[in-house]
Design a protein around this ligand. Sequence first.
Ligand SMILES: [Fe+2]
Ligand SMILES: [Fe+2]
Length: 275
Amino acid sequence: MSRTLTELAVEVLSTADGREKTARSHAAAKLWRESRAAGAPLAIGDATPPDRPARPARPELLAPRDMPKRRPGSEHGRIALIHAVAHIELNAVDLHWDVVARFAATPLPLGYFDDWVQAADEESKHFNLLCDRLESLGSHYGALPAHAGMWRAAEDTATDLMARLAVVPMVLEARGLDVTPGMIDIFRKAGDADTVAALEVIYAEEVHHVSYGAKWFNYLCGRHELDPAPLFRDLVRKHFHAKLKPPFNEEKRAEAGLPPDFYWPLAEETPGRHN
Ligand SMILES: [Fe+2]
Ligand SMILES: [Fe+2]
């Protein structure tokens, strides 16, 4: 018997080392795609993902307020920036495999799994691109501290797929679209063409991840006859604990199917007290 898709997801989530996790992620995505192309998709199965994914012993995880300040004007500051983004990418690999396995009991078309497996595979590539950049600059992933609390959004939305889609792809990954052009500029000004190239791959592919979020959020709204924009705003108010900060990349957000009436009203609000 071949393994189910949720078993493959759990294997990735249970692998601690970043390079090994992403190699397994890539291999799992390949198995899924081949099974789909052959017209014999792997069974989805019902393997349960861990509450928290396995992570390497390094980087040391610190609360955001304890993170050393970085100065993007220096080479050390740029290395710290690449390190921070690599950490986000590794977390994103786990987030996408988690959304494959955690909600597998919800009846969903196979296209849902195609999209998130594809996104997980791309995140794996992003992590490796950035690790390669760190290593060419004489550093490596794990050399610097990284943000603790990255898994918070997953925990806060572990029982509600629509909340998960609202908060992870449609808020957090959309935020990536807002800030990546500024990062690309920093590396362009520093003459680091290889990091610019890596960030450009990431920027182009992240638009798809936001669009998968919007697509499946709208799909589920249709199934339950719910009005997407007000529901999105309610779920973000309930499950996301920070402010939505303009400026927004309205063009890329629109390209991803995220209209301004979803997020602009939230930008003017102070987040409520939760927990
Ligand atoms: Fe990514
Ligand atoms: Fe992503």
